[in-house]
Write a protein that binds this ligand. Structure first.
Ligand code: 4NP
Length: 144
């Protein structure tokens, strides 16, 4: 199974989702490949935001080796599922979909709720971690 986590900057939320899902899948012995990407190009080539790296580390997850990249149309071909954080991400990714097969792969990580952008509020990183972790556990339950 190949999963892609997507947010706007690919430095705050999707790197957390990438690291958390990788961690949980490994813990459960699932041979899943997880990656992340952004819809905006401001931080391409950079590592995750330090606040995400620190929050993940506090939960025993190392995301420091991740490198920010842009979502590309071929991600629809490579991945089985594409999980986005909010409705802007959803609209941006769906606008790049070529057909129904592409569209079917794209879902909000939390199903019917959004993961808010913590970029402008340091205090949101821990709650965002918790939300993403819960969402990842739900996804594993659904897909396994
Ligand atoms: P993310 O947060 O989408 O969770 O990675 C953001 C990070 C950076 C920016 C926006 C959102 N930015 O505008 O640079």
């Amino acid at each position: 199974m190949k999963l892609l986590m997507v947010c706007l900057g690919n430095i705050c939320r999707s790197p957390l989702a990438h690291g958390i899902m990788e961690h949980l899948a490994k813990q459960q012995g699932l041979n899943w490949e997880v990656d992340s990407a952004g819809t905006g190009n401001w931080h391409v080539g950079e590592g995750p935001d330090r606040r995400s790296t620190r929050t993940a580390r506090e939960h025993g997850i190392d995301i420091s080796g991740q490198v920010c990249r842009l979502f590309k149309v071929s991600d629809f071909d490579y991945h089985d599922h594409i999980f986005v954080m909010d409705r802007n991400n959803l609209g941006d990714i769906l606008s790049m979909a070529r057909n129904d097969e592409d569209r079917k792969k794209v879902k909000l990580l939390l199903g019917d709720k959004i993961v808010p952008d913590p970029y402008y509020d340091d205090a949101q990183f821990e709650p965002v971690f918790q939300m993403i972790e819960k969402g990842c556990k739900e996804i594993i339950k659904e897909l396994v």
